[in-house]
Design a protein around this ligand. Structure first.
Ligand code: NAP
Length: 256
């Protein structure tokens, strides 16, 4: 029996990814701040999939909570086979005007927690020669994003880190995959402020479809999964344009 830990599983893509891994027969460890929502999902998973679902509430924007999460799992004798680093958030607005703390928390969650948790859990995975890491990035990784500069840069990190790690772990038997969603129906649109932008609201995918593509890609050990043909077309087009053009276009689409 394998165990998968999914961060940010109290809603959206993480909620759906937890259901995918549980449907595949994995026990799941559900992590986010909203304990009530995690308990609701855990009960659903236990009833419908018949696997174990453990809830560990944690604010992962604090490094000490990431360490505490790993200690909690050790105390419960839970060995993580697959780590899904999904928790993340964005904020639309000018860098100089968005709150210092909000942008710092974003970096702590989108980058530091993802990296620290991976570093703490990966040695055991390498030792057992199974499992791996599914990181949730974004199509924002492929160009700069004026008026959302920190979020786009954080997702560029996720993609670069995942690709580097994948090469380091080649031949170990571990899977390392980056799921790069485009606009997706979840709390993200409203929380980040992006939901009001035409470029976001005109082409959203369901969180279930995004999660399914990510799960399938992870099982197949794909390096990068971009769900949806529109998102794939967007990323391909970006590759043909000079960076100055893509950042000007995104800046116009995200004007605040
Ligand atoms: N939706 C999109 O359009 C889109 C597009 C590209 C990439 N993504 C990425 O997909 C991932 C999932 O986002 P989503 O769309 O599913 O949005 P969501 O519904 O807002 O889910 C975000 C998850 O992260 C958790 N989270 C937020 N802050 C946290 C913290 N400090 N500590 C622990 N958990 C925290 C939230 O739970 P709590 O609030 O309970 O803590 C929630 O479970 C994110 O990395 C996001 O950047 C989303």
């Amino acid at each position: 029996m394998a165990t998968t830990l999914i961060t940010g599983s109290s809603s959206g893509i993480g909620w759906e990814l937890a259901k995918c891994f549980a449907s595949g027969g994995d026990d799941v460890v559900l992590v986010a701040r909203s304990e009530d929502k995690l308990q609701e999902l855990a009960e659903q998973i236990r009833n419908e999939q018949g696997v174990a679902a453990t809830v560990i509430p944690a604010d992962l924007s604090r490094s000490e909570n990431v360490d505490q999460l790993c200690r909690s799992m050790k105390e419960r004798s839970i060995a993580v086979d697959t780590l899904v680093n999904n928790a993340g958030f964005g904020a639309l607005g000018r860098f100089a005007e968005l709150s210092v703390d909000r942008q710092t928390d974003m970096l702590m969650l989108n980058i530091v927690a993802l990296t620290r948790l991976t570093r703490l859990l990966i040695p055991d995975m390498i030792h057992r020669k199974r499992g791996g890491v599914l990181n949730v990035g974004s199509i924002a990784a492929y160009q700069a994003g004026p008026n959302m500069s920190v979020y786009y840069a954080s997702k560029a990190y996720v993609l670069s880190f995942t690709e580097g790690l994948r090469e380091e772990l080649a031949g170990t038997g571990l899977h390392v995959t980056c799921l790069e969603p485009g606009p997706t129906q979840s709390s993200f649109g409203e929380d980040s402020g992006m939901g009001k932008l035409d470029m976001f609201s005109s082409s959203t995918m369901s969180a279930a479809a995004v999660a399914k593509a990510g799960y399938k890609g992870y099982l197949a050990d794909d390096d990068i999964v971009i769900p949806g043909w529109k998102n794939r077309l967007m990323v391909t087009s970006v590759g043909f344009l000079p960076r100055i053009a893509t950042r000007k276009i995104v800046g116009k689409l995200q004007s605040v």
